[in-house]
Design a protein around this ligand. Structure first.
Ligand SMILES: [Zn+2]
Length: 273
């Protein structure tokens, strides 16, 4: 599942191709993709709008249009690709945005979990899904006292809290595992039992891990853009995620896998006491 760095990479990649282009038509073959408004209103309202900019908030891609924002969440396997105008819609291509330059921006999603919203510009920050999002990792308001406050009522594993998009937006399972490894914190540690130093470390490593991944995404983007469309999965340098049974790069102890909150959780029992 793409997390913040992958979504950021997809957003930047798309921006180069679609910025300042007008949407002159839409082909929607999977109406359930549209969460709000109705699929008919979505199509009626978006045709004729120009894409002015692309932004990202958490794992959402925001297309800034004239009067609306198009919000897109890739979920498990959503990806964007470009086709020539009037190329037949292929399997799993659920929507096509026909651009005035003769290209079509297609959204493809084999698992069909991705969702889109079209919301009036002035309202997006006060409506779901964005109203419920927590802080961006680099928001100056993300401080030890912010985290302490948010985690105070949470007697649940810190691993689970890191995945809570209403606290810090954009962290998914892979990077939550990596952040806790680099912070030397056991994933099962109760969220409200962390020390100030540990919270500070979480903030630091979150920025480091996600920032490094964005940098890496930027350098590898062209290779995957050409073949499989823009899906935001690229080679990652990971310490613990998916490394069950392999030696910890820091101490040599075998990495363990446990399930926390239903998600595969990888950690080093020696480094993360
Ligand atoms: Zn270790």
């Amino acid at each position: 599942m793409p997390e913040l760095p992958e979504v950021e990479t997809v957003k930047e990649s798309l921006k180069r191709r679609v910025q300042n282009h007008k949407i002159v038509g839409v082909v929607l073959s999977y109406p359930k993709l549209i969460e709000t408004p109705t699929s008919q209103e979505f199509v009626d309202n978006i045709v004729g709008e120009t894409i002015h900019n692309l932004e990202r908030r958490g794992k959402w891609i925001l297309f800034e249009l004239d009067h609306y924002y198009l919000l897109s969440h890739l979920r498990m396997e959503g990806r964007y690709l470009f086709r020539k105008k009037d190329d037949p819609m292929e399997k799993h291509e659920h929507i096509s945005f026909i651009l005035e330059n003769g290209e079509e921006l297609r959204y493809k999603d084999t698992r069909k979990f991705g969702r889109m919203h079209l919301l009036p510009k002035e309202k997006i920050w006060n409506l779901p899904p964005l109203v419920n999002l927590g802080l961006e990792p680099w928001d100056p308001q993300l401080t030890v006292s912010y985290l302490k406050d948010k985690l105070k009522p949470k007697n649940i594993p810190i691993k689970t809290s890191l995945l809570d998009q209403s606290i810090i937006a954009g962290i998914g399972n892979i990077y939550a595992n990596e952040i806790l490894f680099l912070s030397k914190i056991n994933p099962l540690k109760a969220s409200n039992q962390l020390t100030k130093q540990q919270l500070e470390k979480i903030i630091q490593t979150t920025r480091q891990v996600l920032g490094d991944a964005i940098t890496k995404g930027g350098t590898t983007i062209r290779t995957y853009e050409s073949s499989e469309g823009v899906h935001g999965q690229f080679q990652q340098n990971l310490f613990v995620h998916g490394k069950e049974g392999q030696p910890c790069l820091s101490c040599g102890t075998n990495i363990q896998k446990i399930i926390v909150g239903g998600r595969g959780t990888y950690f080093c029992s020696k480094c993360q006491k």
